[in-house]
Ligand binder design. Sequence first.
Ligand code: SF4
Length: 335
Amino acid sequence: MLNYFDLSNCRLCPRDCGVNRLAGERGYCGEGAVIRASRAALMYYEEPCISGFCGSGAVFFCGCSLGCLFCQNYAISSRNKKEEPSFSSQSIEKGPVRMELTPEKLADVFLSLQEQKAANINLVTASHFLPLLIPSLESARRNGLVIPVVYNTSSYERPEALRRLEGLVDIYIPDLKFCDPALSAAYAGAPDYFERAAAAIREMVRQQPSPLFSDGSHTLDAEDDSDDPMMLRGVIIRHMVMPGHTEDSRKILRYLYEEYGDSVFLSIMNQYTPMPQVLDSPVGLRHPLLKRTVTEKEYDEVIDFAISLGITNGFIQEGGTVSRSFIPAFDGTGL
Ligand code: SF4
């Protein structure tokens, strides 16, 4: 049986690169055999039950196995960056900082975020580091980490690998980005995205089948978001509406509601922001829709569809969320 955690023949994710990361080779995610991250700090603009008043303790990892053309974290997620320097000390240069971290150091980072009163530890795009991340989480737990661990992912993952997170992750926040294989092929080079992501999300829901909030309830009061309890366990599936692709959004929402009903929360996002790698490059010429934001009409259409399906466990975004100012500084803060 294949060992999905063997970095000398990396098949950790559906890209199936087969590279020897231990010998310095890099595959699609662009990362080797050492954890690299760019920021660990409190973040306030996640869903209210994740950020709360204190902020979510977000750790932004470098690299990504999906690699969407429009990624908002492109500065640190873009692949094949082996020519760029990484940093093993607190040196900071212009541009994104990529800090190398041992599993022990990463465990200390988690504990430091807890000391800063973070509501949770929020692992942002860590899947390609799973074999190194798991010892970090285990060590942090042994040394006093008690706040929930949130696993924030593109969902382009193998269920077999995710199984190793059972008992270590309290809240999963997977994306379900695309349904149409042509769309996921065009925007992320992954025609199999939907089937892979759907299988990964199924595993996450198996591990956390029912939401639990800090007031002991299993749901949120839809009328009152001023004093939301915090999520302690569960799954929040995010879908960001893409400009010009509301039909794909409808298919995704229908699938999720038919599959999971109210056992998961859905977060329907309108924050798509055209980034420089789209605006200032041939990508924008090939995919002109990526150069604009989602219109109010498009977003309203998707929300109306969600309501018509009967979705009640959901989060929507208010106007004004489209802004690059939501993208944090990848400057090595907290590492
Ligand atoms: S984790 Fe990275 S190297 Fe390994 S299979 Fe996925 S993309 Fe390839």
